[in-house]
Design a protein around this ligand. Structure first.
Ligand code: IPE
Ligand code: IPE
Ligand code: MG
Length: 235
């Protein structure tokens, strides 16, 4: 029998998986299509990934959707990504009762158009009582996050900062650090993602381009994770 493999369920060793969703542009280029088409199909893969993660006992999921550096891309590509975000927010609002997902946006919202920013805030508020935390990194940069956290602590009157002061003001403050960071599309770098939180994360790289990334690929990453031994500097 060629039955489907049973999925691996997450336990206390794997509370948080973060995804660097890379390769949309190359996926589209390979098909002679505009980059925006890659983002469109990538958005579908993202929704499928969220659905899958909500069935395997995961508590926290983070996706890198748009970096502080991605504003350097052509205007029409940025606009296409923002339009997909808008569409996703509408769908997520309509699905809140069925999907037990709490959405948190990581990053400053001020650069977004007012209407979009308000929708982002509305979705965060409306989903606040749901249980799977889905952090969507949108205008996110690890360096921006650290400066933001440090500046809040300074504004509170602190002159010497502790790790706890930084932790308390991270955009990801509702989540533990990621246990596993998955990056698609054959790139082996963090690109300014979760610089503080990734200190002891397990890193998993795959050649699969994000629009082709399926639940079975998540399952493969999780199996790989469980075969590893983490030391956290101990032994
Ligand atoms: C990831 O895919 C999505 C974003 C960064 C917004 P890319 O758009 O970076 O795709 P490639 O890396 O150019 O193939
Ligand atoms: C990282 O991908 C950001 C996201 C996936 C949103 P990039 O495609 O922007 O990263 P670089 O430029 O190749 O490092
Ligand atoms: Mg890329």
């Amino acid at each position: 029998m060629f039955g489907k493999k049973k999925p691996v369920y997450c336990d206390e060793r794997l509370r948080h998986i973060a995804f660097i969703m890379d390769g949309n542009g190359r996926w589209a280029k390979g098909r002679g299509m505009p980059r925006s088409y890659g983002h469109k199909v990538g958005a579908k893969a993202f929704k499928e990934a969220v659905k899958y993660c909500s069935t395997i006992g995961l508590g926290h999921m983070t996706v890198y959707a748009f970096s502080t550096e991605n504003w350097r891309r052509p205007r029409e590509e940025v606009d296409a990504i923002l339009a997909l975000l808008d569409e996703y927010i509408e769908e997520a609002l309509a699905d809140l009762a069925q999907n037990d997902v709490r959405i948190v946006f990581l990053g400053e919202k001020t650069p977004f158009p007012d209407a979009l920013r308000e929708k982002m805030e509305h979705l965060e508020a409306e989903s606040a009582n749901n249980s799977l935390i889905l952090n969507i990194a949108m205008n996110y940069g690890g360096r921006d996050e650290l400066l933001h956290a440090a500046n809040i602590a300074i504004a509170e009157g602190k002159t010497t900062l502790t790790e706890a002061d930084i932790d308390a003001h991270l955009y990801t403050k509702l989540s533990p650090p990621p246990d596993l960071i998955v990056r698609t599309a054959n790139e082996r770098r963090l690109s300014n993602f979760l610089l503080w939180q990734s200190a002891y994360a397990e890193l998993y790289f795959t050649d699969v381009l994000w629009p082709d990334f399926k639940p079975r690929h998540i399952d493969a990453a999780i199996r790989d994770f469980y075969a590893r031994k983490r030391n956290f500097g101990g032994h």
